[in-house]
Design a binder for this molecule. Structure first.
Ligand SMILES: [Zn+2]
Ligand SMILES: [Zn+2]
Length: 216
């Protein structure tokens, strides 16, 4: 058994556990769709409240629009000539840096620089990537991208509050967050992330504690 370098749990797989690997795969699978939703957010902003007419005014772009353009990479940035790059890291930049590393280390031919081409390349090598020493940084950057894309598209993940006490901070702060890959996690403790099995064990343990009479 080794310790997963991402979540710190025991695993019999090298470097990272099955749960973290599934989460990374899920994030990569969802990325292209999130980028498309960002495009849609951009069009919504451009049209504003003026019906179908696209505004041709010279007003400074809204912060949201600038965010989206930065995320969509160099071709979209060209729309705002002369603007400084601000805000989030472009998706294509982050993905191609990792795809280049994979290409170099696996001695393969370079792939096309589109979001779908790059994510597919990373997905094709995800099991291999999960055994590399840089997987923790990779997972962090991919999850960071997902969060930024969600924020820019105005998509807040659904969070269901759970009726259990966090095993780390002892507060009623456990939630199930859509798309996170965990059955339960604490809103505050980074270490409190539970698989479906661990969550049902926690529920059973806490139900047991409540139904057992306390000694005075
Ligand atoms: Zn893990
Ligand atoms: Zn907690």
């Amino acid at each position: 058994m080794t310790e997963c370098c991402i979540c710190g749990k025991e695993t019999d797989l090298p470097r990272s556990c099955r749960q973290c690997r599934n989460r990374i795969r899920g994030a990569l699978l969802g990325l292209p769709e999130l980028v498309v939703q960002c495009w849609m957010a951009r069009h919504r902003v451009q049209r504003g409240g003026e019906g179908e007419r696209v505004s041709a005014s010279k007003e400074a772009p809204l912060p949201l629009r600038l965010d989206v353009l930065n995320l969509l990479g160099p071709s979209a940035d060209a729309v705002l000539t002369g603007e400084d790059q601000e805000g989030p890291v472009p998706v294509v930049g982050v993905l191609s840096a990792w795809a280049d590393l994979v290409t170099e280390q696996t001695r393969q031919r370079p792939v096309s620089g589109t979001v779908s081409g790059l994510t597919q390349h990373l997905l094709d090598h995800v099991e291999w990537a999960c055994r590399q020493e840089w997987i923790r940084d990779f997972a962090g950057e991919v999850e960071g991208l997902m969060k930024t894309l969600r924020r820019v598209s105005g998509i807040e993940p659904v969070r269901i509050p759970l009726p259990v006490i966090c095993p780390t901070c002892d507060l009623r702060t456990m939630v199930r967050e859509e798309g996170s890959g965990w059955a339960a996690e604490c809103r505050y403790c980074p270490a409190a992330k539970l698989s479906a099995r661990e969550y049902s064990q926690l529920v059973a343990a806490q139900a047991q504690a409540v139904s057992t009479p306390q000694e005075a």
